[in-house]
Design a protein. Structure first.
Length: 343
């Protein structure tokens, strides 16, 4: 821990100083996902606000939710070194590392909820308590995945449980204790479609989880441990990753190089627009929050981070696109100044 803090001190000072003089309402964050993993922070005008080593190794792929923010904390997976770096932010959206959390196995996805950080690895799901300043390195609950064969893709939190996708055709849940710790065993949800082929990404709200079934070109609604609704993606192939805010759900469709828009309410998932934007490469992760969206895509030898304004009708208007000389860039989050505490 001390070595991590010391080795990053200079870079973090520069990062905080740069961000302090920039627009403070939002930042777009991704990771290099390289051997020496780095957190990359962009202003919404596309300029690089700063970058800092996570202290771990990248290497994750075929996943979503590799970065998660919760008020004052931000977590990034380090697949190659089997740990997760937790950063804390100050009032100017500056960042400094506060913990390096060991995972049971190689981590692929993280999410904050219930005063916990949940880490999905290739074989397990685990919970770590969150306090005002950091995350406990010791889990207060763990469970083995239904498959645990390395195909784990993403974790999300709904009321009283977690929802997990494994690409080898399993959508599963695991219960949470009253204090939010993982409790009990994972179990496959009911009513998974007979044509299920590759559950990939998911997004949650309340007691609902929207899970993509990428190779079947479908998006499903999971509630109370069962699939309730399945909607086809129409002309767009393989909806892989999804994001949700307000009435709109957006899917990034990797082989089609597009994003689609859906209206979601009750048990309804209705495709509102087959294509709202297109990309040079295959989109690999997407986030939408408070009228701002960001997408990572990759092709050839480079990645791109595209930043969009989203209007009240759910239309994407490109603000800026950043090119990164690395095809491995992974994870995307929108970091806003929504601190619960005064620093």
């Amino acid at each position: 821990m001390k070595q991590l803090a010391l080795s990053s001190a200079i870079a973090l000072t520069l990062l905080s100083a740069t961000i302090a003089h920039a627009e403070t309402n939002a930042r777009v964050v991704t990771s290099s996902n390289t051997q020496v993993n780095e957190l990359l922070v962009y202003n919404t005008d596309g300029t690089l606000a700063g970058q800092v080593k996570t202290g771990g190794m990248g290497g994750v792929s075929g996943n979503a939710g590799g970065i998660a923010q919760n008020h004052d904390l931000l977590a990034v997976v380090n697949f190659g070194s089997k740990n997760v770096t937790v950063f804390a932010k100050d009032g100017n959206l500056g960042l400094h590392p506060v913990a390096l959390i060991p995972a049971v196995a190689n981590p692929v996805s993280v999410v904050f909820r219930n005063d916990h950080l949940y880490i999905l690895s290739t074989t397990h799901i685990e919970s770590h308590p969150v306090d005002r300043f950091s995350v406990s390195p010791r889990p207060d609950g763990t469970a083995t995945l239904v498959l645990g064969d390395g195909s784990a893709a993403q974790v999300g939190a709904v009321d009283n449980e977690l929802v997990i996708s494994e690409k080898n055709n399993v959508i599963e849940t695991v219960g949470l204790s009253k204090n939010g710790a993982v409790a009990g065993s994972t179990k496959t949800v009911a009513n998974i479609p007979t044509n299920v082929n590759a559950p990939f990404g998911l997004v949650t709200r309340g007691n609902d989880a929207y899970v993509t079934i990428a190779h079947a070109n479908e998006i499903s609604l999971v509630r109370d441990d069962a699939v309730l609704t399945v909607t086809g993606s129409g002309t767009q192939q393989a909806p892989c990753w999804v994001t949700l805010d307000g009435p709109f759900l957006f899917s990034s469709n990797s082989p089609s190089h597009t994003v689609s828009r859906y209206a979601v309410y009750g048990q309804k998932i209705i495709q509102d627009a087959a294509v709202v934007t297109t990309f040079q490469g295959n989109p690999t992760d997407i986030v939408y929050r408070d009228k701002l969206a960001a997408v990572v895509d990759a092709n050839g030898t480079v990645s791109h981070v595209s930043i969009f304004d989203v209007d009240e009708d759910g239309n994407f208007n490109l603000k800026h696109a950043v090119t990164i000389n690395n095809i491995n860039t992974n994870g995307i989050a929108i970091m806003r100044d929504d601190s619960r505490f005064n620093f």
